[in-house]
Design a protein around this ligand. Structure first.
Ligand code: NAD
Length: 512
């Protein structure tokens, strides 16, 4: 059956009430072939119920080797590398349309695998569709350059595919982070090997089916789920892999940067964060309250850009914090499939327990729990990996709970006096991913935004994204940039061409 978008009415299973079990085939995708993996068994657990819903045999380092050599050959044999930009763009458009058409199916699968709310996984699927279409448009309109002549030449700067690119992704927003890497890397004419995380491999495998059905040449794409220490390492170390695009933790990213340095291989790193969000006393309080809550508690705080350090100007600190706490207490914990759920379960129990341990350690150090802070005992939640929205006060920016990335629904609220004070506190971190500023004074917002070391600054909003706007992590939050028109160039080698216009031989050496 074709999975490609069509004008026909959608089959029942692709619409409301999607059953994700049909997409749980125990097969990985090695250079255009669906095979049972020979690696360890991945057990997939529904975070909402603790129930095992599928097993998947992982890939092995040998699969990486097959994927690289076959992918490289396929890129050339299929004509993908030589294809004209608008021809490759047509395939990317079809993939975007297929992702959009199957958005409900993708969302249902991802909610089962990650626990996220359906509203969020639907938004991630929509974002992935848009990413493929945007990169198609960017590819069709990307100009090579004729440079200003500095001699008797016509000089040009052109771009060509790098060969095989590795895309390594985390579990928190699979389909969107897949698209963010696959779309520009394929657009640039490369073969791509995706290494999804063991905690959430399924939606990337479904994406591969949609790519295949959309006419992506066979062999060009591989999806190799498996552990980072085996499959991921093999991918990064493979001598024929020309570039790695990685999203994940800072410790892993730093290690991969070392491996890449040894190979002299370019690597893009999108890493962790501990982002400040600051509420000034002239802020629109209603908007700030909603924005701060969304910034830290959406995605159950499992977001690199979570606004986890909440700075509130001292004159409004008590009133604002009291109201923030009152609203946080009203947020509803529940399964991602329930439309009434605000905060869904965390990815695994082990991760939930590590979040709980960090909160307990902060309390032992003197932090006050204003809400949350306890694993729920509710019979409806007890089997899942739930943790409630948690707000802590009585901490400083120097405390461990304010410095370490928690990756859970935990925010600390810290007072500040003035612009200089909040800038100093915001920058007193190893990270530099994002920043939120809530004020009615746009001059102040621009001044403070300039002074804060963050790749993204949101003013009177938070956690908003557009594929046309580049995304960068500063300091320990990353290296390089994703998204935007130039994303395709991150997956291309630049080449300069000199065409001489003169008839005379070069003037060099002793005349003969
Ligand atoms: P992680 O670093 O543990 O794993 C990320 C990916 O890297 C996984 O696919 C994993 O299997 C792989 N990996 C692990 N070790 C490897 C190795 N030695 N060689 C090759 N691959 C390896 O991170 P995680 O726990 O999956 O994700 C959470 C982290 O990701 C958080 O720190 C979060 O802030 C970060 N993140 C960053 C962004 C961003 O855009 N800046 C976005 C989402 C998540």
């Amino acid at each position: 059956m074709s999975l490609v978008a069509s004008t026909e009415p959608a089959p029942a299973h692709t619409r409301a009430g999607v059953d994700p079990s049909r997409d749980l085939l125990d097969e990985i995708y090695v250079a255009g072939r669906w095979v049972t993996g020979a690696g360890e068994t991945i057990e997939s657990i529904d975070p909402a119920s603790g129930r095992r819903f599928a097993t998947l045999r992982a890939a092995t380092p040998d699969d990486v080797d097959v994927a690289v050599t076959t992918g490289l050959a396929a890129a050339h044999a299929s004509g993908w590398t030589a294809m004209l930009p608008h021809e490759r763009a047509a395939v990317l458009h079809r993939i975007g349309n297929a992702v959009e058409f199957h958005a409900d199916r993708i969302a249902a699968l991802q909610t089962l695998d990650t626990g996220k709310t359906l509203s969020e996984t639907k938004a991630l699927a929509a974002s992935a569709a848009n990413t493929f279409r945007y990169m198609a448009a960017a590819l069709e309109t990307a100009d090579d350059t004729v440079t200003t002549p500095r001699g008797p030449w016509l000089t040009m700067s052109t771009h060509q595919p790098m060969g095989v690119v590795g895309a390594i992704t985390p579990w928190n927003s699979p389909i969107a982070s897949d698209a963010q890497k696959l779309a520009p890397a394929l657009a640039a004419g490369n073969a791509v090997i995706s290494k999804p995380p063991v905690w959430a491999p399924w939606v990337t495998l479904l994406l591969a089916r949609l790519c295949e059905e959309s006419g992506l040449p066979n062999g060009l794409l591989s999806v190799l789920p498996g552990p980072g220490r085996t499959v991921g390492e093999a991918l990064v170390r493979h001598p024929q892999v020309a570039k790695i695009s990685f999203t994940g933790g800072t410790t892993t990213g730093r290690h991969l940067a070392h491996v890449a340095a040894d190979k002299l291989m370019p690597i893009t790193l999108e890493l962790g964060g501990k982002s400040p969000t600051m509420v000034f006393d002239d802020a629109d309080v209603e908007r700030a309250l909603q924005g701060v809550l969304f910034g830290i508690f959406s995605s159950s705080g499992q977001s690199c850009i979570a606004g986890s350090r909440i700075f509130v100007q001292r004159s409004i600190f008590n009133d604002f914090t009291d109201e923030l706490v009152r609203r946080a207490k009203q947020l509803r914990l529940g399964p991602g499939t329930d439309p009434r759920t605000d905060v869904a379960p965390m990815i695994t129990r082990a991760h939930r327990d590590s979040v709980a341990a960090m909160v307990d350690a902060a309390v032992a150090d003197g932090a006050h729990i204003r809400c949350g802070g306890e694993i729920p005992a509710d019979p409806e939640l007890v089997d899942g990996s739930y943790y409630p929205p948690t707000i802590l006060t009585g901490v400083t920016n120097a405390d461990a709970i304010s410095r370490e990335e928690i990756f859970g629904p935990v925010g600390v609220v810290i007072p500040f006096d003035d612009d200089a004070d909040v800038i100093a506190q915001a920058n007193d971190t190893v990270y530099g991913l994002a920043c939120g500023i809530w004020t009615r004074d746009y001059r102040r917002a621009l001044r403070v935004g300039d002074a804060v070391d963050a790749g993204t600054v949101w003013v009177n909003t938070y956690k908003q994204f557009s594929i046309s706007t580049p995304f960068t992590g500063l300091r320990d939050s990353g290296l390089g940039t994703e998204k935007g028109r130039d994303a395709i160039r991150q997956y291309s080698d630049q080449k300069s061409i000199y065409l001489d216009r003169s008839d005379a031989p070069m003037q060099w050496g002793t005349p003969r």
